[in-house]
Ligand binder design. Structure first.
Ligand code: CP
Ligand code: NVA
Length: 307
């Protein structure tokens, strides 16, 4: 295991499988009465440049379950790279805490934190990717399909964004076939696709990039969507709302997938836009188990990096 958890792409399939198995074990221990205090006396600094519900609460509770402590540091406090340089923030936090989790705008900022910090750095979302989400997504698929995930068809419908990058990479690493259906001009960044294709080749899986959502979801085992407008892109909201409606995950789209298909969304959802209530709250939805798995997947990361 590496010092940091910054991208799914940095970790081997064996490391990812190990994290999944550890997450399953920690989840079962937690449900049977509680985890061992593996991180007793240890602290995690949580640096947030953007809002959060899941990432913030799941990391904080995860640290608590493992006997440690988490500190929330909001956007007004550090002013990462503004009030103080990232290199200085990293070296100061090094003397106070045993790990740093950061949610940033520019991916470069989390890379820079990791470069300067001697303690482990975890990426809690950047404009490029969302690896903690990707790991929790893999855990959710792994549990639902009882570990038989090789060869599953996972279709991401919507914006080729940070969540799509981590999902693509985790699928490619673990041998799931990944399809992205997005409007023209909203593609997954090409460098991430190149990496994904390399991982897919190594695991014997495929990556397909399409623009037709109905064609994309044919025979899907998993349909995944996310917001049309990510944090930091708010000024494009109107423009995006005009382009994305054909990519809504609704009952008609779901009908094209396998009858056994499940629906996923990293949340927060914009109900009535990228997903309908009918689907989000329907029998094929995994939205809430998926959100809850953030806790268990991240505990595995914390134990691995800080334990
Ligand atoms: N999915 C996710 O990261 O949610 P938050 O933005 O609420 O943390
Ligand atoms: N793509 C979304 C994910 C939120 C968890 C964003 O970056 O805002």
């Amino acid at each position: 295991m590496m010092k940091d958890f910054l991208a799914i792409a940095d970790h081997s399939p064996d490391e990812i499988r190990h994290l999944l198995e550890l997450a399953v074990k920690l989840k079962s221990e937690h449900q049977k009465g509680g985890n061992k205090p593996i991180l007793k006396g240890k602290a995690l600094a949580m640096v947030f440049q953007k809002p959060s519900l899941r990432t913030r609460v799941s990391f904080e509770m995860g640290m608590q379950h493992l006997g440690g402590h988490a500190l929330y540091i909001g956007p007004q406090e550090i002013g990462l790279g503004q009030r103080e340089s990232i290199a200085d923030v990293a070296r100061v936090l090094d003397g106070y805490v045993e790990g740093i989790m950061a949610r940033v705008f520019a991916h470069q900022h989390v890379l820079e934190l990791a470069k300067w910090a001697e303690k482990p750095v975890i990426n809690g979302l950047s404009d490029y990717n969302h690896p903690c989400q990707g790991l929790a997504d893999a855990l959710t698929i792994y549990e639902h399909y009882k570990a038989k995930i090789k060869g599953l068809k996972v279709v991401f419908v919507g914006d080729g964004n940070n969540v799509a990058v981590s999902l693509m990479h985790v699928c490619a690493k673990l041998g799931m076939n990944f399809v992205c259906a997005n409007p023209e001009g909203y593609d997954i960044v090409s460098s991430a696709v190149e990496l994904g294709k390399k991982f897919a080749k190594e695991s014997g899986s495929t990556i397909e990039l399409l623009h037709d959502p109905l064609m994309a979801v044919e025979g899907a085992d998993v349909i995944y969507t996310d917001t049309w407008t990510s944090m930091g892109q708010e000024e494009e909201t109107k423009k995006r709302e005009a382009v994305f409606p054909p990519y809504q995950v609704n009952a008609a789209l779901l009908k094209k997938a396998k009858p056994t298909a499940v629906v996923m969304h990293c949340l927060p959802a914009h109900r009535g836009q990228e997903i309908t209530d009918e689907v989000a709250d329907g029998p094929q939805s995994l939205l809430f188990p998926q959100a809850h798995n953030r806790l268990h997947a991240q505990k595995a990361i914390l134990v691995e990096l800080m334990g």
